[in-house]
Ligand binder design. Structure first.
Ligand code: GRF
Length: 204
């Protein structure tokens, strides 16, 4: 059975989309661990409600050493690490050890509105301020840069003239909750091939 760990920092709606996909049988995998870099986030409740093992490595306590703790939990235990609204930076060592086995979801069409400091509502405000007609979300592999790894899946959503950062965020989130479980499914089924920056999807 394909095994994953999900890393979170917030409410965990993206985590929930994976939990639901596993429960419905859409994705054939086990969520071995949910790891948070903040205590008391709702994502932890979502995991505990389903009996999933949780770990908290508070970024205020662990700082840059957080990746060492994550490695202890994941190395040899999981096939894939999923960043689902996780805000800490991972070490080069962890990224190398899990080369092409860490994915992230970002709420824009990369390479627009991404990189350092681009998270949460800031991403959507930047898209609105720029005047783009479409935004969306991206699932990508994690490399040493911020939001620079090879792109696995993207989904487009329209930006409306009446949009606020909040309304755009909501529209994008609905699509995140579809493409994140889909990416996990494709990986779990061995239907993702990587060639440099190009990712080829099979079996869809
Ligand atoms: C999403 O916008 C995701 O793209 C970003 O964090 C948000 C999800 O938060 N990286 P959560 O899953 O509800 O905690």
């Amino acid at each position: 059975m394909y095994k994953i760990a999900v890393l979170v920092s917030g409410s965990g709606s993206d985590l929930q989309s994976i939990i639901d996909a596993v429960e419905s049988g859409y994705v054939n995998c086990t969520i071995k661990a949910v790891i948070s870099d903040k205590p008391d986030v709702y994502a932890l409740e979502r995991a505990k409600n389903k009996g999933i093992q949780t770990y908290v490595f508070d970024r205020k306590v662990y700082g840059k050493n957080i990746s060492e703790e994550i490695l202890k939990v994941t190395e040899g235990n999981v096939d894939l690490i999923v960043l689902a609204g996780f805000l800490s930076i991972l070490s080069e060592k962890l990224i190398k050890k899990f080369s092409n086995r860490i994915i992230n979801i970002h709420p824009s069409l990369i390479p627009s509105f991404c990189g350092n400091g681009m998270y949460g509502l800031k991403v959507h405000q930047a898209a609105i301020d720029y005047g783009v007609k479409f935004s969306g979300c991206t699932v990508h592999f994690v490399d040493e840069g911020t939001d620079t790894g090879a792109i696995i899946l993207q989904q487009v959503v329209p930006v409306l003239e009446s949009d606020t950062a909040e309304t755009l965020q909501k529209r994008v989130l609905e699509e995140e909750h579809k493409i994140l479980p889909k990416a996990v499914k494709l990986l779990a089924e061995g239907n993702v091939k990587i060639d440099g920056r190009k990712v080829y999807i099979g079996g869809v």
